[in-house]
Design a protein. Sequence first.
Length: 369
Amino acid sequence: MEAEIEPGAGRAEPAGSCPVVPPHQSLRAAWDISEPHGGCEEAGDKPIGPRRWLHELLGQLRRWLEQQGGGVPKDRRFPLAGRDESPPTPPTGYQPLERVAVTTGVLQTLFDEYELHRRSDRGHEETGWVLLGWREEREAVVRATIPAGAGREAGEAHIRFSSTVQAAATRFVRQHDRRLTMLGVVHTHPGSLRHPSDGDYRGDIEWVGQLRGREGVFGIGTADRKQSEGDTEITQPRSNMLTRGSLCFSWYSLCEGDRNYRRVPLTVVDGPDLAAPLRPAWEVLEDHASRIERLAFQQARLRFDILPRGLALTVPLVEGPALQALMTKEGVRYLLTHGGEAWSAECREPRVDCGVYQLLANWASEENT
Ligand SMILES: [Zn+2]
């Protein structure tokens, strides 16, 4: 059974199993939380145990972070990747989509990854991507693709995305562009049906009302086009269709309450796929996604960074220092950073959420002795 720490429940793993380097003198000052918390071992007060201290400390951290504008998203309904953590925008400003713009980077991802998928041992299954981008008044601009994930459930006629890894991926991508929102999904059909199926409709109509403008963008990929010699360029034979080689993506929109999908014209614009930098770290993200999500719901204002071979997660502490977890295929390393300096913790806890809370507990306990 996996150990979990729920600060609000007052239940914690015993501290002390994870040795750390001694905090720098400046950190001791930084850890001196000025807000009275009633539990400190001062004259006349009862001593406080490490668990209680952690509980108090985390409570204060959470309150402080909330005062700084952080907050825990409440809406966890499907689709997780589409959960909008920014202040809600009144939907009244949105008109039905007149066109969809797709960046060149996004198109390259879709065609390249569809080709790779077809050559893989799961090539007979459907695959797909969540689309992130900007929802303008009458236009959607697709700027990032999030893969369905290795944990997807798929067959020849269905696909269910791995929503946890997609939610975690969306956090990394949205951090640099808070305008990004979920616009819709692309999925593939093994045959030649270039339109969403009746089954697709029954699923999509259930959640499309959660998207901005209460309208979604849907792409269908097929590999049914007769390939011409040297046909490696992207072409647009119809206003809602883009092709490359034997591959074809047909695009539609669906509004809440619609009885069917509507063909939507496409334009191609220069630009990257903003989620492309995540691809080299994708396996690492898959390994840690559920624990990253758990931490993100418990700790507001986490910061996420993409490293050349992994991911970094930063937990800001009170008044300056930060705890950083560096995740690679080799494992998880933990650092305490402050004022441009970093101290490496000897903790090797592979479960990133457990490691973060163990270190917080250890440091809190150390400060209390
Ligand atoms: Zn389908």
